[in-house]
Design a protein around this ligand. Structure first.
Ligand SMILES: [Mg+2]
Length: 233
């Protein structure tokens, strides 16, 4: 709990030259809730694919998510779906809730070294999201679920693939994420880890407790990415 209020000191990140950001609920706040649209699209996809009622499709969708880490991975294994078709339809959403964030753009730009987006979504979704936020040009590359051969974070092999492809020096790297479990591998690799939590603190506490995880792998917790990054530059 105490970590909720921890603020970074600039020296804690002095050595960092590789900045790795999750996309959803990390580069934009949780309350924007783009995922509710993606979630509905996935239910519709499963429903159409398997000729199921939406309620039934939803149960299967969530079952695949729990068993395989993503709904897509379950659909690929059990129903041989075309991942590109799924990703295109799942991410056919309205991005208008996202507003340009010039302060966030300036803070990311001012960080020394390389910046990456590392997402379990698609490159297209990451580009559309980052473009709407006005931060797309601040990133060196985007590593997505296709590049990960559809094996999502937190699988160690996917971090290896990402770090290997870009020769990320993990001793000089930091990762920003909204899912605690996705920070376990980065911490083990020697990275600084920052957890983004929802801006409604009550909700954040509740979620923190539900997660019920050992939090030794989380160095910092913040509700405001822009404010956090601004303290480092
Ligand atoms: Mg996320």
């Amino acid at each position: 709990m105490s970590k909720i209020t921890t603020a970074p000191t600039v020296t804690d990140f002095d050595h960092v030259r590789e900045w790795v950001f999750d996309l959803d609920n990390t580069l934009y706040p949780h309350h924007i809730n783009l995922f509710s649209q993606i979630d509905r699209n996935m239910t519709a996809y499963v429903s159409a694919l398997l000729q199921m009622e939406p309620e039934e499709a939803r149960v299967l969708q969530k079952q695949y998510y729990l068993e395989h880490g993503t709904t897509l991975q379950g659909l690929m294994i059990h129903h041989k779906v075309d991942p590109n078709d799924f990703l295109e339809k799942a991410h056919a959403i309205d991005y208008s809730a996202l507003m340009p964030q010039p302060e966030l753009a300036a803070a990311i730009k001012a960080l020394p070294g390389r910046k990456f987006i590392f997402t379990n979504g698609s490159v297209r979704h990451a580009q559309d999201t980052a473009r709407a936020l006005g931060i797309l040009d601040n990133f060196d590359d985007i590593f997505d679920i296709v590049a990960a051969d559809f094996v999502p974070k937190p699988a160690g092999s996917t971090y290896d693939k990402f770090m290997g492809l870009h020769r990320v020096d993990t001793a000089h790297a930091a990762m920003f994420e909204d899912l605690p479990r996705n920070l376990q591998v980065p911490k083990a690799l020697g990275m600084r880890t920052v957890l983004l939590v929802p801006q409604n603190l009550e909700h954040a506490f509740e979620r923190w407790e539900i997660a019920g995880e050992d939090d030794d792998h989380i160095d910092y917790v913040t509700q405001d990415l822009t404010a956090f990054l601004t303290k480092l530059i």
